[in-house]
Design a protein around this ligand. Sequence first.
Ligand code: SF4
Ligand code: SF4
Length: 99
Amino acid sequence: MSEAKVLKKMKIDEALNTNVWDVDHKPHIVVDYEKCRKICDKKICTLLCPAGCYTLTSGEILFSYEGCLECGTCRVVCPNEAVTWNYPLSGRGVQYRYG
Ligand code: SF4
Ligand code: SF4
C-alpha cells in the first residue's frame, strides 16, 4: 500500500505517534518566564501548541522542548515576544514519517 493510502486511513493522532525525535542537547526554544508570569493573562500557548509542550501548573508556565513538532505556532501567537525560537541543530529534532 502506498504511503498516501496509509495516511488517508490514519487518524492525526496515529500519524503523530509515528514521529521520532533526535532531541538536540541545546534547547531550540527558550521562554522568558518573567514575561509569562508578569504580563500574560491568557497564556494562549497552553491552548495552541499541538504537542502540549506548554503546560500550566499552579499558575506557572512549564515548557518542555523535547516533543516539539517545530510548527512555530508558539512564536507567532505569543503576544509578549517571550519565545525565542530557532530550529534544532541540523539533523536533530522531529522526524516526520508521514508528512
Ligand atoms: S503566550 Fe507567551 S508570554 Fe504568555 S505564557 Fe505563553 S509564552 Fe508566556
Ligand atoms: S513550535 Fe509548535 S510544537 Fe513546538 S513548542 Fe511551539 S507550538 Fe509547540
